[in-house]
Design a protein around this ligand. Structure first.
Ligand code: GLV
Ligand code: MN
Ligand code: MN
Length: 429
C-alpha cells in the first residue's frame, strides 16, 4: 500500500454538506411513511421512483447510467479511459416500514463522493489511476425476494443469475418479472465479460444499526469483520381441521407447531447470551381462516453469532428441539437453508486506509464488527474493500425511527470521499 498518510486530497466545503443533506431529504420523500421512515421494497413502484431519482441525479452530472441483468444500477465516471473502476455504493431498497437511512445513505454518500472527485479532477492536472462508479445494488434487504444481498451476490458470483431471476415473492411474481415491470433489467454485464477484473476495489458506508459508536462517542466505525449468519426457510405441516368441532387430541395444528418454534428460537438466544441473535419472521399461515386449524405455516428463521463454533452449537440444539416439536405438536417440519455466511474479516489494509483517512481529517475512529449483512460482505470476497459506519441513534434499524444525525452523515461522507480519493490514487496498489 503506498503511503498517502497525512495528505488530504479533497477539501470539503460547507456547501457540499448542505447539498448532501438536501439530496437526502429529497430521497427520503420517496415512499415516505408517516412516522419518518420509507417503504420501498425491491422492485416495487417506490423502488423504481427512487432509482429514477438517482439516475436523473447521476445523468445530470455527467455519469453514464447503466443497469445490469439483475437490476444493479451503476453511474460510471470515466476519468482515465480504459482504466478499471473503483466502485462505491449501497442499496436504495428498504424493509417494509423501514428506516430512511439503511442503504440509501450509503448510495447517496457514494454519489456525492464521486461527484466531489469529478469536480476535483476537473480542476487539477493530476490524473487518478482508476475510474469511479456509483452503485445501487438490487434487493439488498431480502424482504420481498430472498435472499438478501441479491444484486451483489449475482455480481460477485455468489448467487447464479438464473436463480435470482426465478425467485418469487409471496404473490408468485418473479424477480425477472418485477425487474421488467420497473424497466430495470439490463441486457448485459455493465463492466463487460471481465466485470471482476474491471472493478479494482469497493467502498461502502452505512449506518451502524447498533449502539457501539454512540456508546463510545466516536463518529466513524471501521468495519473489520462480520458476524456469521444461518437463515432457514421452514414449512411446518399439519392437517386442516375445524377449530370448534375437531377434538383437541385429533389436531395436527401447524400454527401451534410454529409457535413452539418461535419460542424455541428465542430460548436459544436467552441461553447463549449476547453472542447469539435469533429471530423468526414472515409467517404465512394456511389457510389463515379464524375457523380453521392451520394445515401449514411457512416461516423464516435467522440465527447469527460472531462465532462460527457457537453458531454451529446453537444450530445443533435447534435441530434437536425441532425434532421434539414435531412430536409435541404432531407436525412435520421441513427446513432448508435459505442463506448462510461465515464470520469473516474485512481486509486489514482497508481498515488501515480508512483509519489513516479519519486521522488525517482529525476524526476519531474505532474498529467495529457488523452484525447485519451488507453488499460489502460479498464484495470483500472479490476485491479490496472498505466498509465504514456512522452512528445510529439508540441502535434502531429496520424501523421508521431509525436515525442518524446530520453531522454524522456529513462526516461519514467526507471520510468516504477521501478514502475513495486515495484508492483512486493507488492506495491499494
Ligand atoms: C441483510 O441485510 C441481513 O443482515 O440479512
Ligand atoms: Mn443496509
Ligand atoms: Mn437493512
Amino acid at each position: 500500500m503506498s503511503n498517502t498518510h497525512g495528505r488530504v486530497v479533497v477539501d470539503v466545503e460547507q456547501a457540499d454538506d448542505i447539498a448532501l443533506l438536501a439530496d437526502f431529504a429529497a430521497l427520503s420523500a420517496i415512499g415516505a411513511t408517516p412516522a419518518g421512515g420509507v417503504e420501498r421494497q425491491a422492485a416495487t413502484p417506490e423502488d423504481g421512483q427512487t432509482r429514477a431519482w438517482l439516475q436523473a441525479w447521476l445523468a445530470g452530472r455527467g455519469f453514464t447510467v447503466a443497469q445490469d441483468r439483475v437490476g444493479n444500477l451503476f453511474g460510471l465516471l470515466e476519468l482515465v479511459p480504459g482504466a478499471p473502476y473503483v466502485l462505491a455504493g449501497s442499496h436504495l431498497d428498504s424493509q417494509p416500514r423501514g428506516g430512511r437511512f439503511d442503504g440509501a445513505y450509503g448510495v447517496l454518500a457514494a454519489a456525492h463522493a464521486a461527484e466531489r472527485l469529478r469536480r476535483h479532477y476537473a480542476a487539477v492536472h493530476d490524473r487518478p489511476r482508476y475510474n469511479i462508479a456509483v452503485v445501487d445494488w438490487f434487493n439488498e434487504e431480502g424482504s420481498r425476494f430472498k435472499p438478501s444481498m441479491m444484486g451483489s451476490g449475482v455480481f460477485t458470483g455468489a448467487l447464479p443469475l438464473e436463480q435470482a431471476l426465478a425467485t418469487t415473492d409471496v404473490g408468485g411474481v418473479t424477480v425477472g418479472e418485477a425487474l421488467d415491470a420497473m424497466g430495470a433489467r439490463g441486457e448485459a454485464d455493465v463492466f463487460g465479460e471481465n466485470a471482476r477484473r474491471a472493478v479494482a476495489a469497493y467502498a461502502e458506508i452505512h449506518i451502524e444499526q447498533g449502539r457501539e459508536l454512540e456508546k463510545a462517542g466516536i463518529g466513524i466505525g471501521l468495519v473489520d469483520s462480520t458476524w456469521a449468519a444461518n437463515k432457514y426457510e421452514l414449512s411446518v405441516l399439519g392437517s386442516q381441521a375445524h377449530t370448534g368441532a375437531t377434538a383437541m387430541a385429533d389436531r395436527r395444528d401447524a400454527l401451534y407447531g410454529a409457535a413452539l418454534v418461535v419460542v424455541a428460537v428465542r430460548e436459544l438466544a436467552d441461553r447463549f447470551g449476547l453472542d447469539l441473535h435469533t429471530s423468526c419472521g414472515q409467517l404465512t399461515v394456511y389457510p389463515n381462516s379464524p375457523v380453521v386449524v392451520a394445515r401449514e405455516v411457512h416461516m423464516h428463521l435467522d440465527l447469527r453469532s460472531p462465532s462460527d463454533e457457537l453458531l454451529a452449537e446453537a444450530d445443533e440444539l435447534l435441530r434437536v428441539r425441532l425434532a421434539e416439536i414435531e412430536v409435541q405438536a404432531d407436525v412435520t417440519i421441513n427446513r432448508t437453508y435459505a442463506h448462510t455466511w461465515r464470520g469473516q474479516v474485512y481486509q486489514p489494509e482497508g481498515v488501515e486506509l480508512a483509519r489513516s483517512v479519519a486521522t488525517d481529517l482529525g476524526l476519531a475512529s474505532v474498529e467495529v464488527r457488523t452484525r447485519a449483512g451488507h453488499d460489502s460482505t460479498n464484495m470483500k470476497d472479490r476485491v479490496p474493500t472498505v466498509m465504514l459506519f456512522v452512528p445510529s441513534v439508540d441502535g434502531i434499524s429496520h424501523a421508521e425511527s431509525e436515525f442518524t444525525h446530520d453531522e454524522d452523515l456529513c462526516r461519514g461522507t467526507q471520510v468516504l470521499t477521501e478514502t475513495l480519493a486515495r484508492i483512486l490514487q493507488g492506495a491499494f496498489d
